[in-house]
Write a protein that binds this ligand. Structure first.
Ligand SMILES: [Ca+2]
Length: 184
């Protein structure tokens, strides 16, 4: 068997010049290693290929392979108005339009606005930014709202405004998601 196509995601395949190995009968990929099985039960294994996927890459691969979801961050295959990056961030199902995130906001004991944001258990590669604007529509100017963390777990993020609501003029809030800068 002559193996001359390789892939890291099972979707995109690239040619790889290989030397014909006469006694290799089958090959498979498991736990980030290639294995080949030859005559008389000989088994070869490769070095680790890449590293185990985490976060966004893992999410993309899971949903594109298992549910055939278009994996791009701006796609909205279930037409629920929530783009993939937000479905990932908030832990909802990108293939189910009834699976929508619920972000809660309430006034806490000191009069500040407390915002509870659900999140995917492994979406630790994202920044969650609450923004404010005095208007909506195309001309609206959005700026980051000053918040401080209240609590943070793998499945929930709670922040609150630094100022009490009484000192903030009426405005609209939205949640913006960004990929966190990679720390070298
Ligand atoms: Ca969606």
């Amino acid at each position: 068997m002559d193996i001359n196509l390789v892939s890291q995601d099972g979707v995109n395949w690239h040619e790889l010049p290989t030397t014909l190995q006469e006694n290799r009968n089958t090959a498979f990929f498991y736990n980030n290693r290639f294995y080949t099985l030859g005559n008389n039960g000989s088994l070869w294994k490769s070095e680790l290929v890449g590293s185990a996927e985490e976060g966004w890459a893992k999410w993309q691969r899971y949903f594109s392979l298992n549910l055939s979801i278009n994996r791009d961050d701006g796609e909205d295959q279930d037409c629920d108005g929530i783009e993939n990056i937000m479905e990932y961030a908030l832990g909802t199902d990108p293939g189910d339009p009834t699976s929508v995130p619920v972000v809660m906001a309430s006034k806490d004991g000191s009069g500040c606005l407390e915002i509870t944001i659900p999140r995917s258990y492994n979406a630790l590669d994202l920044d969650y930014i609450v923004e404010q604007s005095t208007g909506l529509g195309g001309g609206a100017v959005w700026t980051a709202l000053e918040t401080e963390p209240v609590s943070e777990t793998n499945t929930e993020l709670v922040v609150r405004t630094k100022q009490p609501l009484s000192s903030i003029s009426p405005q609209f809030l939205r949640l913006r998601i960004e990929f966190a800068p990679v720390v070298p």
